[in-house]
Design a protein. Structure first.
Length: 106
């Protein structure tokens, strides 16, 4: 599942507290099967100062969520869609949105 979602893809959360939220994928953690999505699953961390350039305080940042909890957004319909693999005219593997049949990779 995580291999079909890549960095900078637009996804929508389909389960959990942030259900319905759209965001860009910031990072894919392939080994764990998790992804970090912009604006989703905020956590607070207490941080201590580091050599004068970083302040002490409580920092909010995005935490990873499981890749099965998101779906790609179809570029034509702007709705969640599943992804299948296909081959374009050049013989190159591409990701294809199931709902509209549009190739997501060039």
């Amino acid at each position: 599942m995580a291999n079909r979602i890549k960095k900078d893809d637009l996804v929508v959360v389909i389960s959990g507290p942030d259900k319905g939220t759209q965001g860009r994928v910031l990072k894919v953690l392939k080994e764990e099967g998790r992804i970090i999505v912009e604006g989703v699953n905020y956590i607070k961390r207490h941080q201590s100062a580091r050599k004068g350039f970083q302040e002490t305080g409580i920092v909010e940042r995005e935490a990873a969520i499981h890749a099965s909890n998101v779906m790609m957004v179809d570029p034509q319909t702007e709705k969640p869609t599943r992804i299948r693999m296909g081959v374009n005219n050049d013989g190159k593997k591409v990701r294809i949105a199931v709902k509209s049949g549009v190739a997501l990779d060039g």
